[in-house]
Design a protein around this ligand. Sequence first.
Ligand code: SAM
Ligand code: SF4
Length: 452
Amino acid sequence: MTRRQSERMRQQRVFIQTFGCQMNEYDSAKMLEHLRGQDYVRVDSPREADLVLLNTCAIREKAEHKVYSLLGTLSGLKRARPELVIGVGGCVAQQRGAQILGRVEAVDLVFGPDHLFELPAMLAEVAAGGRVVHTDWRHRTERVANFIPDFGPAVGSAGDVKAGLAITKGCNNFCTFCVVPYTRGREVSREPDNILAEARALAERGVKEITLLGQNVNSYRAGGVNFVALLRRLNDVPGLERLRYTSPHPKDFREELAQAHAELPKLCEHVHLPVQSGSDRILKAMRRNHGIAEYLDKMLMLRERVPDVALSTDIIVGFPGEREEDFQATLDVMRTVRFDQVYAFKYSPRSGTPAADLPDAVPEPVRAERLERLFALHDTIVRERSAALIGTRQQVLIEGPHPRGAAMTGRTRGNKPALLPDSQRRPGELVPVEIVAARKYSLVARDVTRDS
Ligand code: SAM
Ligand code: SF4
């Protein structure tokens, strides 16, 4: 047997399936790195794995259904291979806990987002013959001290150009539609030194762009450092070229942050500020703690300081009690702000949230039809916004080759996907370009370095 074969025999093989948001992607990457340190190797299919982990999302009903459907398939695999270990982590795990063990016999382990760094110990419990549930919250002071332990490895493997970096976890806002405060717990900010250490480690591995992650990033505060002060420190990390963040909350979006976009060279000209609805009545019922005039004023303040800023948002259509005039108010906001990107969803009732008990549910066909109208309007806006970029100079961070054809792909600082045909550029390079054409979802760019 070769050395490689015997190493492979010793190593356990793990497959992770991630559902949901960038925070879940980040948590999965952390779990993988942590398991790698315990001699696990990653595989690309559950069929090859000794351990299958699902990192789940509970934000909408559909996301939860997907989890149970995959668990159905995995149950078949486990019948054929009873030694296969199946673990369910993330938001569905936190919300449903032991119910998952009752519902799916094949599951060995259920663990909430507070426990991802305890995987080796939890797996040892499973190996000792248990079916294990860990969904208790860790003690608050322990979490406040640092919710990602010092040994928490930096994620983003060699060759990655972009990486996420968690700065807060949980949420205190309790918007009436949202399950996050129940699945991720109260908001906790990570210590600035720990964040900076991870940012430096990422930059040393060649990561050029970091997106700061949290449910309400702009309420960050730890060790006397607020969100803007943290951005200023990150702006000084050598080797790092671009900074982004998601998601800020409109109620906490202040002038100081808009000013930082104008001043900090690495902070990109892109802000994703979820609006959810254009109607004051609905915003109140959602408990968003701001009105639409305040939102629009803040967008204006930002555009005054950063005229070419790209704006994106999240919208929910068909929240209980939403009338046609409320929906029209949302369309009006879209016409006023002219977002570059919109993530819009049909309202999905989540058990345990206040909105799930509200009267006046909007019928599904109406929700679907409103969503279609919203996307139709957005299509027109985005075409016009992209067309307006033709002839402008931009900077593209090269991410990799296009899957088809001889082109490299990347993104502008405004977060627009860009294509550089016949380019010899390498991933990680920052290329000055001129936009020569606009397609529906991407820009076509020409490298201008050789012009001067
Ligand atoms: N913290 C962010 C904020 O305050 O906007 C959003 C985080 S949430 C994970 C992402 C998006 O999912 C929300 O902005 C909202 O548009 C959508 N969402 C959350 N709960 C939902 C629900 N019950 N039905 C439909 N969409 C929902
Ligand atoms: Fe959910 Fe509202 Fe918190 Fe965003 S701010 S995570 S929508 S409760």
